[in-house]
Design a protein around this ligand. Structure first.
Ligand SMILES: O=C(O)c1ccccc1N[C@@H]1O[C@H](COP(=O)(O)O)[C@@H](O)[C@H]1O
Length: 211
């Protein structure tokens, strides 16, 4: 089984970005969503983006942002990937991708096989689907895992990744069960909401890369 790509999300310091890159992350995520404990404003996100080494991709995570505000954020931050984590439609994702040429990911909350089937509406509109637990108080970053058995036997026709409740203790099991080509974690590598823990980042990457 190929080792998965690794995204460490919700980074808010240059030190945690360096730790993720050194540990083997392929992607680092910056959350621009005010209700999140991981929110970084545009100026901060732009500064952090400059701290991302060139072999690592910078992912800007946004939730239901108005088109003009999003365009301004993208102009200032210049991410490699935009991850939509709200109610953005396939049409909106496709329009954004066509207008910017950026790689686009769409996160979808999955609870039932019907949710998984519905997510496929994004085929052709996005570059990757990110399967997460359904939204709770926040649309993501909740540390809740989805039912991996739903993905285990699914015939994927679009690039995808697994998010939701992943940590150093369960990521190897999750990848073995689902064969996820990319894993994404945020709260699972923190010591408190919004506070990344370098040792947990290292342990997560080690566990994911040892598969
Ligand atoms: O991290 C956040 O605060 C966040 C806020 C709003 C939408 C998504 C958010 N995070 C993303 O959610 C998934 C799962 O996170 P977790 O590992 O369960 O904490 C992941 O893609 C985060 O990047």
């Amino acid at each position: 089984m190929p080792t998965p790509l690794i995204k460490i999300c919700g980074l808010s310091t240059p030190e945690s970005i360096a730790a993720a890159a050194d540990a083997g992350a392929s992607h680092v995520g910056l959350v621009h969503y005010a209700p999140s404990p991981r929110h970084v404003d545009i100026a901060r996100a732009a500064a952090l983006r400059r701290a991302v080494p060139s072999h690592v991709k910078a992912v800007l995570l946004v939730v239901n942002m108005a088109a003009d505000a999003l365009a301004q954020a993208v102009e200032a931050i210049r991410p490699d990937v935009v991850q939509f984590h709200g109610r953005e439609t396939p049409r909106e994702c496709a329009a954004f991708r066509a207008a910017t040429g950026l790689e686009v990911w769409k996160a979808k909350g999955i609870k039932t096989p019907a949710d998984l089937a519905q997510a496929q509406d994004y085929a052709g509109a996005v570059d990757r689907l990110l399967y997460d637990a359904p939204a709770g108080k926040l649309p993501g970053g909740q540390g809740i895992a989805l039912d991996w058995s739903l993905l285990a036997s699914y015939r994927h026709t679009i690039a995808w990744g697994l998010a939701g409740g992943l940590n150093a203790e369960n990521v190897a099991r999750a990848v073995r069960q689902t064969k996820a080509p990319l894993v994404d974690t945020s709260s699972g590598v923190e010591s408190a909401p919004g506070i990344k823990d370098v040792d947990r980042i290292k342990a997560f990457c080690q566990a994911a890369l040892q598969i």
